[in-house]
Design a protein around this ligand. Structure first.
Ligand SMILES: Cc1cc2nc3c(=O)[nH]c(=O)nc-3n(C[C@H](O)[C@H](O)[C@H](O)COP(=O)(O)O)c2cc1C
Length: 163
């Protein structure tokens, strides 16, 4: 079941207007908060943006018009120390991606460059001690997607016991 959802997960850059319910978003956030975190610090907050004006502003800052069409944008913000914030955000994001795929909902890791992060932080009032590296549009894909399969499984990249 989990592998099926992992295979179904694709990066979605065109979203249908179909609503995503609060209960569905809640499931995604449960998946996110069930993720491991370095030293079990659990310092990642999640900003759930539904307001159209805020999504429009995010789309402008990111120069990606499709972002305004996603019913929801989730922004993980981590307070983890040193290098751990990227790992904590990444693993929580992947949990969101997989649970969304399970629900037939599309997502994307949209990288936020440092100069974009400054603007997103100001827009959403993210505190100084919380770092962001990505944002996650959430919504039903406009078109049917092809799941990952055998063509994406590369045995040449697997090394038994040593390189
Ligand atoms: C760290 C990371 C950064 C990414 N940044 C972007 C991005 O800024 N914009 C984008 O459209 N996709 C981004 N992606 C998505 C990848 O392009 C995508 O995962 C890859 O093409 C494989 O396609 P799939 O996700 O459908 O399997 C990113 C993925 C990762 C893991």
């Amino acid at each position: 079941m989990v592998l099926k959802a992992i295979a179904q997960r694709r990066s979605i850059r065109e979203y249908a207007p179909t609503a995503v319910s609060d209960a569905q978003v809640d499931e995604l956030l449960r998946a996110a908060q069930f993720a491991p975190s370095a030293q079990n610090s659990r310092t990642t907050d999640f900003i759930v943006v539904r307001e159209q004006a805020a999504k429009d502003a995010i789309a402008r800052i990111m120069e990606k018009p499709f972002l305004k069409d996603a019913p929801v944008i989730i922004i993980p913000a981590s307070g983890a120390k040193d290098i751990f914030y990227v790992q904590d955000i990444a693993i929580a994001s992947e949990n969101i991606f997989v649970q969304a795929a399970e629900l037939g909902i599309g997502t994307l890791w949209k990288h936020v460059a440092p100069e974009q992060a400054v603007k997103i932080r100001a827009l959403l009032g993210i505190p100084d001690d919380k770092k962001i590296v990505n944002l996650i549009p959430v919504g039903y894909p406009k078109e049917k997607t092809v799941p990952h399969g055998d063509a994406d499984f590369d045995r040449k990249r697997i090394h038994a016991d040593r390189w």
